[in-house]
Design a protein around this ligand. Structure first.
Ligand code: GLU
Ligand code: MG
Length: 445
């Protein structure tokens, strides 16, 4: 039998407001021109919901045209997913036909936030996205007892998923650090090395797509939804960040600072906490996101900076001094109120802008709180500056609508589109049970 020849294709992609990565394929021969003049794109695509509807109304209507410009420096390829051709992704930026940055491009917004932080403070941000997901298994019957949390059996029952994923991520160049069996039934987690903020968000996208493809090829499905079931352990996306100064030296740690935070890092955290009620609309932007953001889920539910506490929204992460390791080079903060329904570029851009506002206003370090806010008195909560995060997407959108500072960081049409998509999602979920909402998002993410 002769094999039909296949033409390998490169996918030039953009990730939209519903955090879906979409785009167009090109041949290798066409790639150089796609980097210069782009491939075609339709403005209203930005208002696609995860359910393949376009929010109506939206700021774009049926008219207009855009280009996705391929960023050849952000190409991620792996031939190890088990597919007939390599998975070859080139990240793209949405531009107008004359090359002006497109208002709706989240990746462009992240670039702008990185540049603003750099020009106003001299700091660069390094980041990594730690992502949890379920591997909906084909390897055991639905009613079989799941393997133990974190167990060797969990890893081995999924064979060859974990080694294949790790190999593919290595090959794609995203520097995987760990693929582990997590606490939840069938739950896994992937982490990768920190890098500059733009590449970190690119890597988050690549990891999702590679994971999904490998799962599909094993007749399973990877599910990154924040609560695949109301009773399931949540899937978080934890965004770790740290700073380096103009000389590339670590600038997050100060042994004498509160919790080890440098002056800039402390003000950055204060800015994030100040705008958090509105930020979560962008970082936890789906109805089921708020089933996860509840106390005792090890996720995040208060405007809370904590030291090594997994219930805090901003967690000061541990440092290892074993073997003489330098704390300053490891020190980082984790933003836990995000999930995979959020666009990683937009989420990180919003965090950077909020932190930068905190630095610009020289906000003092927030209190570092330990304990359980859900049982604290009103007086104790107030003293610690703790506020419960919005408990629904609807309430989070109201916080966003009220926070003119947060809205002001982004082009009005981007915010308008975002709100339109999210309102459409809320409408689509109207009247559905929690179970049905989790199932709907579980299928789409
Ligand atoms: N699954 C938890 C979440 O939803 C996180 C658990 C952990 O700390 O890794 O964010
Ligand atoms: Mg985890």
């Amino acid at each position: 039998m002769t094999e039909t020849p296949l033409l390998p294709l490169v996918n030039i992609v953009t990730t939209d407001l519903a955090a879906i990565t979409r785009g167009r394929p090109a041949t290798e021969a066409r790639l150089a021109s796609a980097a210069q003049t782009g491939v075609g794109w339709v403005p209203a695509n930005l208002c696609l919901t995860p359910f393949n509807t376009i929010s109506d109304p939206n700021p774009w209507g049926s008219s207009g045209d855009l280009r996705i410009l391929a960023d050849l420096g952000a190409r991620y390829t792996t031939a190890s997913t088990g597919s007939a051709t390599a998975l070859d992704l080139v990240m793209g930026d949405i531009v107008e036909l004359d090359g002006t940055p497109g208002d709706g491009c989240a990746r462009t917004q992240l670039k702008a936030a990185i540049a603003a932080l750099k020009s106003e403070t001299g700091l660069s941000i390094r980041a990594t996205f730690e992502q949890e997901f379920l591997l909906k298994p084909n390897h055991r019957a639905d009613d079989a007892i799941p393997a133990h949390a974190f167990s060797v059996a969990s890893l081995r029952a999924a064979e060859p998923f974990v080694p294949r994923l790790w190999a593919a991520l290595e090959e794609a160049g995203v520097e995987p650090e760990m693929v582990l069996a997590e606490y939840g039934n069938d739950q896994f987690e992937v982490t990768c090395a920190p890098t500059d903020a733009l590449a970190a968000a690119d890597r988050a996208i690549v990891i999702r797509e590679v994971t999904r493809e490998i799962a599909r090829n094993l007749d399973g499905r990877a599910c990154f939804a924040p609560k695949p079931d109301p009773d399931a352990v949540g899937n978080g996306v934890h965004i770790h960040f740290s700073f380096v100064d103009a000389k590339g030296e670590p600038a997050t740690y100060d042994a004498a600072g509160p919790g080890g935070l440098s002056l800039h890092a402390a003000s950055f955290c204060a800015g994030v906490l100040k705008h958090l009620p509105a930020l979560v609309a962008l970082t936890a932007p789906s109805p089921p996101s708020y089933y996860r953001l509840a106390p005792h889920n090890w996720s995040s539910s208060y405007t809370w900076l904590g030291e090594r506490d997994r219930e805090a929204t901003l967690r000061i992460c541990p440092v290892v001094t074993l073997g003489g390791r330098d704390p300053a080079r490891q020190f980082n903060i984790e933003y836990r109120a995000a999930d995979a329904t959020a666009n990683p570029y937009l989420a990180l851009a919003a965090i950077i802008r909020a932190g930068l506002a905190g630095i610009a206003a020289a906000l003092p370090a927030p209190p570092i709180v330990s304990g359980d806010p859900s049982i604290m008195s009103a007086e104790e909560l107030a003293r610690n500056g703790l506020h419960r995060l919005p408990e629904t997407l609807d309430l989070a959108l109201a916080e966003l609508a009220a926070d003119t500072v947060v809205k002001g960081w982004f082009p009005p049409r981007l915010i308008e589109s975002f709100v339109a998509v999210k309102r459409a999602e809320i409408a689509l979920m109207e009247g559905k049970t929690k179970l049905a909402i989790c199932a709907a998002y579980g299928e789409r993410y």
